[in-house]
Design a protein around this ligand. Structure first.
Ligand SMILES: [Zn+2]
Length: 313
């Protein structure tokens, strides 16, 4: 990555917490309501606001030369935003004038299972592209009114999260289509299915997967691939091993896992075996024979516990 890209990358990542705080201020003023609906599209609105509020922050920076801004991608592009040079023309069709792209996702903490999916194929991201995830909930403003509050955010290299996702997909028994032997029997030159994820039952996970592998006459695709929470779940000793290896060896993967787990503690609890929690407790000087919920609560009161989870074999 050249210097300007690295700088813009780091700036966008570093400014995101401040941007979320500014969106929250705006929402508390303008989006207060009685009730507070789920499945309302509010998450999409928060994602869009990230772009606008980030631009305000970038403008305040007023960097000499090489000023950048966030652009909203036109229709039919899988990314949401691009970071572009302020003083140059921008051609989204061939990425001229842009430094990197940002895929934005949001997740409501009160919904049972996140509907948000990060399911774009790894080959479609460049090494510089970012994934942004906003976790939000309806928060009480006064006795009767609530507003949508972003409680936490993650921003990191999209390709690394895609690699983590894909490694765990394979560990769960899933696979990816090889266009040289496409299940639809396509010619290798014209096949559009290369890299499409298939689940453990061999069915397509995305609508764009091979038509011959739809789950059933009524269900056209499985749609579990890339669920922001689900992608981290493991169902066997082998899958847990892959999870632990990736977490240990990759800082960005570790940050994403820590982000999901601190917002969804039950997922974190389930990822590790009771025995592992007790080993960690011992290392932290906590009485390891406590009842599990009490044990977890004491472990989580230690600031570095996620770093130590990372080191578990
Ligand atoms: Zn094909």
């Amino acid at each position: 990555m050249d210097d300007i890209k690295t700088q813009a990358h780091n700036t966008v990542m570093a400014l995101t917490p401040k941007v979320c705080a500014s969106i929250n201020q705006f929402s508390a003023d303008g989006f207060k309501t009685r009730g507070g609906r789920l499945g309302s599209g509010m998450g999409l609105l928060l994602e869009a606001m990230w772009g606008y509020h980030m631009n305000q922050e970038l403008e305040n920076l007023n960097s000499s030369g090489n000023a950048v801004e966030i652009a909203w991608l036109p229709d039919n592009e899988y990314n949401d935003f691009a970071c572009v040079f302020q003083d140059r023309d921008w051609f989204p069709n061939n990425r001229t004038g842009e430094l990197f792209r940002i895929e934005a996702k949001s997740m409501n903490l009160s919904a049972d299972e996140s509907k948000a999916h990060f399911d774009e194929l790894k080959k479609n991201f460049t090494g510089n592209d970012l994934l942004l995830v906003l976790v939000w909930k309806w928060e009480e403003l006064d006795k009767q009114r609530v507003y949508p509050r972003i409680v936490d955010s993650f921003v990191g290299q999209a390709t690394i999260i895609a690699e983590l996702r894909d490694a765990l997909h394979i560990a769960r028994g899933g696979s990816f289509v090889d266009s040289k032997k496409c299940p639809d029997g396509c010619d290798v030159k014209t096949c559009t299915h290369d890299g499409e994820p298939l689940n453990a039952a061999g069915k397509r996970e995305r609508l764009s997967g091979p038509n011959s592998l739809r789950p059933s006459a009524n269900v056209s695709f499985a749609a579990n691939f890339g669920g922001l929470i689900r992608m981290l779940k493991t169902n066997s000793a082998d899958a847990r091993k892959v999870f632990r290896e990736v977490r240990k060896n990759n800082e960005v993967a570790h940050q994403y896992i820590s982000f999901i787990h601190r917002n969804l503690p039950s997922e974190e609890k389930n990822q590790y075996l009771t025995n592992e929690w007790r080993i960690l407790a011992q290392k932290l000087g906590i009485k390891s024979d406590l009842e599990i919920e009490e044990l977890l609560s004491q472990i989580r009161s230690k600031e570095n516990y996620q770093e130590m989870l990372r080191e578990l074999d």
